[in-house]
Write a protein that binds this ligand. Structure first.
Ligand code: TRP
Length: 422
């Protein structure tokens, strides 16, 4: 199950979103706050979702019914589903860029005459309307097809090979990127914190990014945890997911940022940052590495998009009693419409991106913390977290984790969300 959880967590959030967030919010200081957010807020929420999912063995709606009876609680399930729906939509636009780059690299389109030509690839791709739409449709189509046929096991098998491959490639790129002329400015940017750039917005963005990267607040981790076997350990699977996920994000930051500075791009360029920088990095690496890289990214993105769309599909199947194929078809149609708007209008994309991680996921995470900290009997929570008292690590960690879930996480979420909004 750790593989599936890590597969959901590790994706475009690490490779695409994290570096662009770092670039928009000032570098090293942001990274510091991000790591603190992961450790003290996001990880406890990860545990909370796991506890709800594993103890109920049910989807988000069913789980809320079991763990927190009462109308209001169950309705938060709708917010989770809405959030998943929106995330899949704009996520598939970025997934579509990866599809586009994979096809281009297969066709030998990753050799450039110079930095300018490489850096302008993204602009050229996006200047046509058809290309991004086509990529998005392909990405969303594969996701829906996998869900309709229920072959996620096959994809998981794939990711067992491509994840380590992606890891090695990123390490390789980190080294290459650091050797580019002018890269040291990028290193300074990532290593020397400038706290004057750290405002409420940056802190909220760090927390939102932590939730996004660990797939929290929309019931994805909850749903996956409901498939956990009894002897599987919540403490270890949570810690490993968070550690792997954070390592991937940090490496991606160190792979991208020095190259951004070396090629004179603006770190605050936003969602296009990584896709403008990668061609520059790959411009002198020959034809094979980009193909392997974009293929691995695509698999990582698919294991994530599957986990999001599964939230929508399982709701249609369990609560609306649709057959699985119809449910997948319907989810595809709906998300395609919003995805197309995101692909064509950057403003729609930005609004979807911002509202999900800064509002909807924060809300979902807050509710899950309350359910575990205040609604469920403490003895039940302890039983789940310590695997019926058999997990030694669980016994030791429980008081700390419970305190974080009950008090620290909800208070911090509200405080950070409010300073951001006002
Ligand atoms: N965490 C994934 C990534 O980093 C994205 C993701 C998967 C996600 N499931 C999610 C984000 C649910 C928010 C909600 O790419």
């Amino acid at each position: 199950m750790v593989m599936a959880l890590a597969g959901s967590a590790i994706g475009l959030g690490n490779i695409w979103r994290f570096p662009y967030m770092v670039g928009q919010h000032g570098g090293a200081a942001f990274i510091l706050v991000y790591v603190l957010c992961v450790a003290f807020i996001a990880l406890p929420i990860f545990f909370a979702e796991s506890i709800i999912g594993k103890s109920s063995g049910s989807d988000t709606f069913g789980a809320m019914e079991i763990c927190a009876p009462g109308r209001g609680w169950k309705n938060t399930g709708y917010i989770a589903i809405a959030a998943s729906f929106v995330v899949v939509s704009f996520y598939s636009v970025v997934g579509g860029w990866s599809v586009d780059y994979l096809v281009r690299s297969c066709a030998g389109g990753f050799s450039f005459s110079g930095i300018e030509e490489a850096a302008s690839l993204f602009g050229r791709m996006n200047s046509s309307l058809a290309e991004p739409l086509l990529g998005m449709t392909a990405f969303l189509g594969i996701t829906a097809l996998i869900l309709a046929c229920g072959v996620d096991k096959g994809i998981e098998l794939f990711s067992k090979i491509t994840m380590p491959l992606l890891f090695l490639l990123i390490v390789f790129i980190v080294v290459r990127s650091a050797m580019l002329p002018g890269a040291s400015a990028g290193m300074d940017y990532l290593l020397k914190p400038d706290f004057s750039k750290l405002d409420g917005k940056a802190i909220a963005a760090a927390l939102g990014q932590a939730f996004f990267s660990l797939s929290l607040g929309v019931g994805a981790i909850l749903t996956y945890s409901s498939y956990m076997r009894k002897e599987e350990n919540i403490l270890y699977s949570g810690i490993w997911s968070a550690v792997f996920d954070t390592i991937f994000a940090l490496l991606a930051g160190f792979a991208i940022m020095p190259a951004v500075f070396a090629s004179g791009l603006a770190p605050g360029a936003g969602p296009s940052l990584v896709f403008e920088t990668l061609p520059v990095i790959f411009s002198q690496m020959g034809p094979v590495i980009p193909v392997v890289f974009f293929f691995s990214i695509l698999i990582a993105a698919l294991t994530s998009s599957i986990s999001m769309m599964e939230v929508v599909v399982s709701w249609l199947v369990d609560q609306k009693k649709l057959p699985r194929r119809r449910a997948a078809m319907l989810a595809f149609t709906g998300t395609w419409c919003l995805g197309a708007l995101c692909a064509v209008f950057p403003k729609v994309f930005a609004v979807c991106d911002f509202t999900t991680s800064n509002i909807l996921m924060m809300f979902g995470a807050f509710v899950f913390a309350l359910v575990v900290g205040w609604k469920m009997p403490k003895a039940d929570v302890r039983t789940q977290f310590t695997n019926y008292g058999t997990s030694r690590g669980g016994k030791v960690a429980f008081p700390t984790v419970y305190f974080l879930i009950k008090y620290i996480a909800p208070v911090m979420i509200v405080a950070i969300a409010l300073t951001n909004l006002f």
